[in-house]
Design a protein around this ligand. Sequence first.
Ligand code: FES
Length: 689
Amino acid sequence: MTDQAPFPQSPFHAGEQEAQDRVGKRASMEAFGKVAIRPFMPEQHRVFFEQLPFVVLGSVDEQGWPWASILTGGKGFITSPSSKRLNLAARPAPGDPLQTSLKTGAPIGLLGIEIPTRRRNRMNAQVIEKTDGGFSLGVMQSFGNCPQYIQTRDIEFIRDPAAPAEKSAPISFTELDQAAIDFIEGSDTFFVSSYISPANGLTAEGVDVSHRGGKAGFVKVDGNTLTIPDYSGNNFFNTIGNFLVNPKAGLIFPDFETGDLLMLTGTVELLWEDHPEVIAFKGAERGWRFTLDHGLRLSDALPFRSQFGEWSPNSLMADDWATSDARAKAEEQRNTWRTLRVAKIEDESSVIRSFYLEAIDGQPLLSYEAGQFLTIRVRPDGTGSQIRTYTLSSAPADPAYRISVKREPGGIVSNHLHDNLIVGDTIEIKAPKGAFYIDALEKRPAVLLAGGVGITPMMAMTRHVLNEGVRKRYLRPLTVFHAAQTTDQRTFAQEFRAAEAESNGKIRYVSVIGHPTEAEVAGEDFDASGRIDVDTLRAYLVLDDYDFFLCGPSSFMQAMYDLLRNLGVADARIFAESFGPAVLSRRVDAQVQLPAQPPEAEMSVVKFEKSGFEQKWETGDGTLLETAEAHGLTPDFSCRAGSCGSCAVQKLSGEVAYRTPPTAKVATDDVLICCAVPAQGSSTLVLDL
Ligand code: FES
């Protein structure tokens, strides 16, 4: 192998391969790793390392504990005489375990990070020489790293890094004191070192050190245990892979304001994707718990200070633990009404107005999928309580819920919202739900077909796909067709154009205007006129296998559905959301078997558990909703057709049959009472109502 040759064998050890396997990336990462991980530094990396004022190093002490350290020398302290060698003219801070572990032949992990610009490159290396003023590293593996979750900071040296400074002696500890806990819980950045060695049953040996960042509060401390979310990354799984074979970690938390360093070493337990804390933490793909064995506090060890610059967009899209824990608690209240405050109102078109809703109870907003709807309850004067559902036009990563409401002629609720609701008013909501949402990571391109205000879920989907593109580095291709009568009635055109511009050609927005004015110009004010038809689709879509999402008035939805089916699109590829009671009439693919519905009961007793009464039900009687209403109960409902999910009630025992198969998603123990009746064989049906 020449100096510049790639690895002939896998660059990943068994632990990394196992972690890649878990996310289905094993084959693609093997191919990518052989290109991206090199046994030498490309010229670009050498130049990058040479201009850094500090690097982060990972090492292992004689007892086998890993440590992460910060080595500072000021600009020019690193030189690279060849693609296989870095010379570092600096010594570790007094008290840093790196002082004793820097021995010739010792494995070292190195992270070069330029915090002001978020650039970073990494290397696994070995000490090949020690000198009076420093040491040299020989490159084993060299690779670049993405800039995610790095908060920018300016770096300013306050003293010569080589000059001795007045410092108090390092303090060692085996328990975190309150000051350490507070500092960790307020940190937005730390570095983690991990390693594997022949002692772990592997032939390979090496130390990795990497950056971890998030919102302040992304590390939770409980006694001596830290819980850390693991976000989507480069899929190399260097750290997680090391933990799988050797569950130990060295952590360093730098205090950029005082120059203090908090260094910890201890053991690790991995939390996988199905762990409740991982599920509740927005942005986490997995996580890990670190338990302290021992640690060190080095005062004023850094010769520089740094001013916070700006948050990484990825950090802002993820949770902190306080929010995540509060959301997990709030999830228990998913089916109860909650009061939110109107934080902002914006007119989107001549007929559509957006309302931004924020929490006032100190709890986070419940999470949702892009495309789901919110159930709201308002009390317009003289009409009593009114319940409606409105799709969220905000994306799940946004800080507030946004509903965009069309003023409907004669619509009690839409007119009430447009005419009476002002900023500061409150409104009752139930947690978002609905089966119409997009999977941003699906590889198949998606086509969103919206009529009128049916654009609202498409706005949420587009923003979500764009956000996930930043977070996961995969942007699902989208083409959005938006039909509106006039440009005046069209909503979100600018937001779609902005998404289009940001997407690097992955998102396209096609505005179809039914009746453009004479002054409006095709190609500038809109893209096509008239209706969306075969020619419109052919003009913008190349032959491919797409998922189609439809939303709009029922006539629009049916026309689009029939158009797609006539073009040979499978029913299973068409996802639809309709407003109100209208439900799409589908032509199911010949080979698809619909789940069999049990027949209706001839006679049953329906017990309304919370209300404390029971009622006889027999063939020909109304739905469970009608039965409840007939006896003075006022359950929630909106569409009365099985498409919105607002009428879901928990079923405590017995079975139901659906007169109209619901299109809304129904939880296993729930019943959509607007279209269900007792099923044959259910002599008693008990509802939590
Ligand atoms: S009221 Fe909409 S699903 Fe029952």
